[in-house]
Design a protein around this ligand. Structure first.
Ligand code: CP
Length: 323
């Protein structure tokens, strides 16, 4: 593996899941793999789980992680080619990224979408410019349209449950990704990415439920059943992934914030006693009720804990490719 931007960078997903679970059982199995290697974690946007889990993963492999909060401490970066930089941007990525390439062995970047222009966001200009100019492997810590480390974690968690608490599921589990209300427009990254990874994994009866106008990009959802009736979608679900996202066609807006779409215990009764997932952070009693989040059905803490092992498996693959 050279870069890690989407599931398309993964040669063998089952092997990657296995590797992550190996690290969960034995975190320091490869403590010497990253000796004398440095990893840069660049944040153009806030984070808790991604920042901490990736640092821990790197340290478990013997690497030295350095976090740089570009949004707070760095110069404002320009990403457009041939830009006339007479506005607010101070340094071009063309100048900054090669320097990072000298300082680090792997560069990880978080860059959210603007949610103003769909074509711009879906072009993934920011992360592509880092790949073009850094000259070292680049890992997405969530980009404009995808969140691959989160999705790998999600698949690992489902796999883990199917081999543990949910081992009674016969055949493919029913996995439902359901839209939930939120107070502000959010990116489509987590939902797009979850759809892309579940489809690539291929071991699920996969349903996406959302109100009309909240489509996701078909290139990620193709293969899933898409319906606009949440109750219908939830019937007999084994896993329910709850997430808000903003509108896709008339891009980046909130049309409907129907509280009826919040996951509650009442809705959970429609499912096969489903395990409930969310990438976090979560708006309690807006997206998911307290009663669900605080119940035995919720696996959100297990899921966030698994972020370490997903990141460790990916960094391990990249380190081995560079040897
Ligand atoms: N799920 C996730 O990416 O969390 P953070 O934004 O806290 O990193």
């Amino acid at each position: 593996m050279n870069n890690f931007i989407s599931v398309d960078d993964v040669q063998n997903l089952d092997a990657l899941i296995k590797k992550a679970l190996m690290y969960k059982a034995n975190p320091f199995a490869d403590i010497l793999l990253g000796t004398n290697k440095r990893i840069g974690l660049l944040f153009l946007n806030p984070s808790m789980r991604t920042r901490l889990s990736t640092q821990i993963a790197a340290q478990n492999l013997g690497m030295e992680p350095i976090v740089f909060n570009v949004d707070k401490d760095g110069w404002a970066l320009e990403f457009e080619e041939e830009a006339i930089m007479s506005g607010n941007t101070v340094e071009h990525v063309k100048d900054a990224a090669p320097i990072m390439g000298k300082y680090f062995d792997i560069l990880c970047i978080r860059t959210f979408p603007s949610l103003k222009n769909k074509e711009d966001d879906y072009s993934e200009l920011y992360i592509k410019q880092f790949i073009k100019y850094a000259g070292i492997p680049v890992v997405s810590l969530e980009s404009a349209t995808l969140h691959p480390l989160q999705s790998l974690t999600d698949i690992i968690t489902i796999h883990e449950e199917l081999n543990g608490h949910r081992s009674s599921v016969i055949g493919h589990p029913k996995i439902v990704l359901t839209w939930a209300p939120h107070v502000k427009p959010l990116p489509q990254c987590v939902a797009n990415s979850f759809a892309q990874w579940v489809n690539a994994w291929g071991n699920a009866d996969f349903v996406i439920a959302h109100p009309e106008d909240y489509d996701l990009d078909e290139k990620f959802t193709k293969g899933a059943t898409i319906i606009h009736d949440q109750d219908e979608a939830l019937k007999n679900a084994d896993f329910v992934y709850v997430k808000n996202w903003s509108t896709y066609n008339d891009y980046g807006k909130i049309y409907c914030n129907d509280p009826e779409w919040m996951m509650t215990n009442e809705k959970l009764k429609l499912t096969n006693n489903a395990k409930v997932m969310h990438c976090l952070p979560v708006r309690r009693n807006v997206e998911l009720s307290d009663e669900v989040l605080d119940s035995a059905n919720s696996i959100v803490t297990q899921q966030a804990g698994n972020r370490v092992w997903a990141a460790q498996a990916v960094l391990s693959e990249i380190l081995r490719s560079g040897k």
